[in-house]
Design a protein around this ligand. Structure first.
Ligand code: SAM
Ligand code: SF4
Length: 404
């Protein structure tokens, strides 16, 4: 038990010891900005993101005002730092008009330094009414569009409860590539009763557009979704594995690199914003339910903003949008770093661990030894890189870094 005086006397020895146990940074990590827009035309039955069905008009102007006020409140925590990328995600950000996105991005540029040429992504749904806004988004400063196509197959789009149809998906793909050039398609696989041949046909439909980037997500049944309560008939594990293999080899042949668990890119077209997450960079998240991870000279914090749009708007007006704000402990930081970095096919340089966590790599020595012994991690002291087996059993590999 601690001596009785420990609670009342601020001993210099204790202060120094506390300081020593915290992280130490030679330089703070790169900082990106995430912006959450929490509304969609309709809630998809598989989706557990913080998205709410827009009943009637969304309060676009009030929400942009709140985002700007939220950013202003956060300025002291990112003082003097540059923004390396911006991602406007959702929900369905393309529900907002281009003038609203323009007003928001201008307000960002007026308050923080955004690196010249920084990647600025906006997530868009392929509806006709969204496509009409693409040129406006580009003129507002968006230079990368992430298009939620999911599938080009009418039967699957309807099983997924999507608002758009296959023709709209094709027209949106064509318009996005013409207007932005730098485009990602979000596709999902292992869809209700999907066969390998159908998944291959979906991939060919996507490849016909030659998008610079493709994200392939395995459809998962998330708690608190309609699909979880009433599960559709999904392909078995073997079929899912066959789809993954077919997608992987076709895309590698077509010149894409599988650089992260769910992401494929042509050389140089990897998503800079997501790479920053996976390399354990910092991010400020503003908007309803947005998450932040911010490093300071002596600590790393995680923050979450109020989730319900109404509550978020009220909390910003009251000057206090944070619902959660806690320090990342020495015990957790190793696992959190590995959870991200090991998603990358090439892994990361071993030196990045100390750079981004502020602690020596030795704090995860046990996990490293166990992962190497099981053949899940490359035995290369200069790299933290999953083996092919480690990529396949990523969950098991990541769990080895959980603090006891
Ligand atoms: C949150 S959504 C936002 C983009 C946009 N609203 C859309 O749906 O197209 C981002 C992506 O997450 C993926 N996603 C959402 N729920 C998923 C689930 N249960 N399983 C796998 N992927 C999912 C979809 O591919 C979706 O495009
Ligand atoms: S449109 Fe996207 S964010 Fe909205 S409910 Fe569907 S998957 Fe979720």
């Amino acid at each position: 038990m601690a001596p009785a005086t420990a609670d009342v006397v601020p001993s210099p020895v204790r202060v120094a010891a506390a300081g020593l146990s915290g992280p130490r940074f030679a330089a703070l990590p790169p900082l990106s900005l995430y912006v959450h827009i929490p509304w969609c035309l309709r809630k998809c039955p598989y989706c557990d993101f913080n998205s709410h069905e827009a009943r009637g008009e969304v309060p676009e102007a009030a929400y942009v005002d709140a985002l700007i006020a939220d950013l202003e409140l956060a300025l002291p925590s990112i003082w003097g730092r540059r923004i390396t990328s911006i991602f406007i995600g959702g929900g369905t950000p393309s529900l907002f008009g281009a003038p609203a996105i323009d007003r928001f991005l201008a307000a960002v540029r007026a308050r923080v330094t955004v690196n010249p040429g920084a990647e600025v992504t906006l997530e868009a749904n392929p509806g006709t009414f969204e496509q009409e806004k693409f040129a406006g988004f580009r003129d507002a400063g968006v230079n990368r569009l992430s298009l939620g196509i999911q599938s080009f197959e009418p039967r699957h789009l309807s099983a997924l409860g999507r608002v758009h149809d296959a023709d709209e998906a094709r027209r949106a793909a064509e318009a996005a590539l013409r207007i932005f050039g730098n485009v990602n398609f979000d596709l999902m696989y292992a869809l209700p009763r999907q066969t390998v041949t159908e998944a291959q046909a979906d991939l060919e439909a996507a490849l016909a557009f030659s998008p610079p980037h493709l994200s392939f997500y395995h459809l998962t049944l998330e708690p608190n979704t309609l699909f979880h309560r009433y599960p559709p008939e999904l392909p078995d594990d073997e079929t899912s594995a066959d789809i993954e293999e077919a997608v992987h080899s076709r895309l590698e042949d077509a010149g894409y690199r599988h650089y992260e668990t769910s992401a494929y890119a042509r050389p140089g077209r990897e998503c800079a914003h997501n790479l920053n997450y996976w390399q354990f960079g910092d991010y400020l998240g503003i908007g309803a339910g947005a998450h932040s991870k911010l490093s300071f000279a002596d600590r790393i914090v995680r923050q979450v903003r109020y989730k319900q749009p109404k509550q978020y708007l009220e909390s910003v007006a009251a000057g206090a949008p944070l619902q959660e704000d806690h320090e990342v402990t020495r015990n957790d930081v190793g696992f959190e770093f590995m959870l991200n970095a090991l998603r990358l096919t090439d892994g990361v340089p071993a030196t990045l661990f100390a750079e981004r966590t502020g602690y020596p790599l030795a704090i995860v020595r046990q996990g490293l030894e166990a992962a190497e012994a099981r053949g899940l991690l490359e035995r290369d002291p200069t790299l933290l890189r999953p083996t092919t087996l480690g990529q396949r059993f990523l969950n098991d590999l990541q769990q080895l870094f959980l603090a006891e």
